[in-house]
Design a protein around this ligand. Structure first.
Ligand code: NAP
Ligand code: MG
Length: 481
């Protein structure tokens, strides 16, 4: 059923039916550059049909379904995903180029999101509010209606889980536009959702180009909320389009995550986080830690240990499960190489290595560690979205905070120190949606609210918080005398 070359992959799912489109797009394997299948090229008309089908689901069985039944369906989807972790992981590794162990972690996370939001569906409720004599006042949490979901190629399964999972839990009907470069697991997820009994139209999937299907979805007057994860430029365009319809938007736009390493830090504990948070998924991670801020007394030791770790990193085909796979596309490879060109004036501390016999058509880039790097250098300011980290020295806590807060982003940050008072001070001082103390990433944390400040975006997904974002609060004031 989860054969990535199944005919369903070249179709859109609208109102429970898999439909052909006039045109299709190639599915490329980033490890080899080979075409491994086709996906549908959904049009503005397909988006329009999908929104109509989603609205019909809202007006029909799905809209009337009790919260606990929605939760049961989500939980069943989670179980089916969990049973298919290996198949989904292989599909994702082949389509997106991520090493198998990362793809497996993504599939496990998707199952967890479905379980979490399945369990939460009937636990979100309103309140009663003491008011004037003769009144009873209460609030209701209601779905927005039809919600749009535009997701990127870097973590398709995790982002479907956190966005579509939470929206379905609250009773919305979803139109999902996956990224052109990474549609297969989105389509597989939709098939599993059908198998789990999700009513027709509650989830519609329209693969296609961002400029066609994506733009049509974000401007569609029939959607009541849009959730977008991707670049700052496209996120801004989506927000503008949504503004035309005056609907709420959740934007998750990436970051320039710092880790602040103080001289009293446990370096043995920190080291794997410092390096892997930059190189996980070949650096194509919104919450990547691409800046390592190091207090000067430990500079030499830390830089030596990070350099040794870099030198041991191997880059190769995703299905061989090396430390790093290829980047998603030739376009992304060129983009990252453009940053490496901008770094030509910087000292290179270390690089990883390619495995023997790399396929020629793959989008491989060597991981590179630069340092010391000035705070205002392009590589210390811009999101690279590749396997590149910069190391920046600092002397004082105040200086470290100024550097940490000195970009236009604010998504995730890490603090490494044994000083409890400093941990508390910095957790408040750092402008960031999530702050990690003596860890980075907190293992992904399905339960933990996630989102940005500044150009990293706004709104929160993940955890219980997402359920508030995917619902509308209504206040009912009854006068009964
Ligand atoms: P992108 O353009 O922002 O793509 C993200 C999603 O938006 C994809 O589904 C894309 O569809 C869609 N899209 C594109 N143009 C659209 C439009 N005009 N209206 C509505 N939707 C549209 O990102 P990208 O070009 O793939 O990557 C560029 C850079 O963005 C990366 O180098 C990285 O810096 C950043 N990025 C960040 C994240 C993150 O997690 N925060 C994820 C991905 C990329 P198609 O892909 O089908 O065109
Ligand atoms: Mg692909």
């Amino acid at each position: 059923m989860l054969d990535s070359l199944s005919p369903d992959t070249a179709r859109v799912l609208i109102g429970g039916a898999w439909r052909d489109t006039a045109e299709t797009l190639p599915v490329l394997n980033p490890s080899t550059g080979e075409e491994i299948g086709r996906i549908a090229r959904g049009t503005a008309q397909d988006i329009d049909d999908a929104v109509t089908a989603a609205q019909a689901a809202m007006d029909g069985d799905w809209g009337r379904m009790p919260a606990f039944e929605r939760g049961r369906i989500l939980t069943r989807i989670g179980r089916l995903v969990a049973e298919q972790v290996e198949a989904l992981a292989e599909m994702e590794a082949t389509d997106v180029g991520k090493p198998l162990k990362q793809a497996r972690a993504d599939a496990v996370a998707l199952a967890r999101y479905c379980e979490f939001y399945g369990g939460a569906a009937d636990k979100v409720h309103g309140t009663t509010i003491p008011y004037l004599d003769g009144y009873t006042v209460y609030t209701l949490r209601e779905p927005h209606g039809v919600t749009g979901h535009i997701i990127p190629w870097n973590y398709p399964m995790q982002i479907i889980g956190r966005s579509v999972g939470a929206a379905l839990a609250m009773g919305n009907a979803c139109v999902l536009k996956p990224a052109e470069d990474a549609c297969l697991t989105a389509l597989a997820f939709a098939r599993l959702a059908q198998e789990a009994g999700l009513p027709a139209g509650a989830l519609n999937v329209v693969p296609g180009l961002g400029s066609e299907a994506g733009a049509a979805l974000s401007a569609h007057p029939g959607i009541r909320h849009i959730s977008f994860t991707g670049s700052v430029a496209t996120g801004g365009a989506v927000q503008k389009a949504a503004g035309g319809n005056v609907i709420p938007v959740t934007l998750e736009l990436g970051g320039k995550g710092p880790q602040l390493v103080f001289e009293d830090a446990d370096l043995d504990a920190a080291l794997p986080f410092l390096v892997n948070a930059g190189l996980q998924n070949a650096g194509q991670t919104c919450s990547a830690s691409s800046r390592i801020l190091v207090q000067r007394p430990i500079w030499d030791e830390l830089v030596r240990r990070m350099s040794d770790a870099y030198a041991a990193k191997r880059v190769g085909p995703a299905m061989e499960d090396h430390d790093l796979g290829p980047l998603i596309s030739a376009v992304q490879k060129r983009r990252v190489e453009g940053f490496l060109d901008k770094g030509a004036d910087l000292p290179v501390l270390a690089r990883g290595a390619f495995v023997e016999g790399l396929p020629e058509g793959g989008n491989y880039v060597l991981p590179t560690l630069y340092g010391p790097v000035a705070q205002d250098h392009a590589l210390a300011q811009q999101e690279i979205f590749g396997p590149v980290q910069v190391v920046i020295p600092f002397d004082t806590e105040e200086e470290a905070v100024a550097i940490a807060n000195g970009t236009e982003f604010g998504l995730t940050s890490g603090i490494w120190t044994r000083d409890g008072a400093r941990q508390m001070r910095l957790a408040r001082a750092i402008r960031s949606g999530q702050v990690y103390i003596n860890n980075y990433g907190a293992g992904g944390g399905v339960e933990l609210p996630f989102g940005g400040i500044g150009k990293s975006g706004h709104g929160r997904e993940k955890g219980f918080e997402a359920l508030y974002g995917f619902s509308v609060l209504k206040t009912v004031a009854a006068y009964h005398g």
